[in-house]
Write a protein that binds this ligand. Sequence first.
Ligand code: RIB
Ligand code: CA
Length: 313
Amino acid sequence: MTPRKIIIDTDPGQDDAVAILLALASPEDVTVLGITAVAGNVPLPLTQRNARIICELAGRPDIPVYAGCDAPLSRKLVTAEHVHGKTGLDGPPMDDPTMPLQDAHAVDFIIDTLRTEPAGTVTLCPIGPLTNIATAFQRAPDIIPRVQEIVLMGGAYFEVGNITPAAEFNIYVDPEAAQIVFRSGVPLVVMPLDVTHKALTTKARVDAFRAMGSRVGDMVAAWTDFFERFDMEKYGSEGAPLHDPCVIAYLIDPHLFTGRQINVEIETQSDLTLGMTVADWWRITDRPKNALFIGDIHADGFYALLANRLARL
Ligand code: RIB
Ligand code: CA
């Protein structure tokens, strides 16, 4: 099968790092056309730096990395250093990247790529706030029908919010951008907290990374050790959810996941529930079924895939 051409839009973030490594370790499944950084977990200067560190860790300094939007469409940036640390990739010590950042703006790269590649052949994989994607759609509406699919990490329904009682972080940071993407008409696959909270790290799963005896395995284990402390304290869980790699795992093996084609709308007015993904799971309304909203995962299969692929790097 021809590998899927993708653009990863990201705010690294330890879990973003694992998602990017999984993609770069899976050339038979995905071709990464470029990585676009967005402000989110940490400010843009750090997310674009971190994206380049991750590409170099994967031995892929050839992957073009672009800096995108440094703030949401119309709100002040909210970051998540309390989860990811000051650098966004806290855990192991890391050197600054040596590979260059591309001169072009990430939004221009997204627009140009969608205009140049044959229509319906590029999948967008946002794993941070949706500011870059929404800006591209606003600036160049002609690219919207050319997008094959958007597979994103964001939102929550039965699992409720992680940054507020009602909202998941990626959507909450830029709800107006999320509304543009969710109403765009592009086929959407949504990986909400409902499924990512079922993909928890455990000691055995992290030990499998460490047992690789590689720099990638050691870094991923060190990142998850750091990243999981917040969730374990907050939820009392054994481990932390590896949110973003679910997006890439879906592209590699969609059978690891189950969900429903339903309507999902974004709350942008209420201070109390700002950024909530209102998922019509029981199909009560006749609103358009704009998203495949994923609710479950074969967690052992997911971690087996992760370990198998990351061992290649
Ligand atoms: O809520 C989880 C999401 O927010 C993940 O993408 C994580 O990296 C942060 O961006
Ligand atoms: Ca992320």
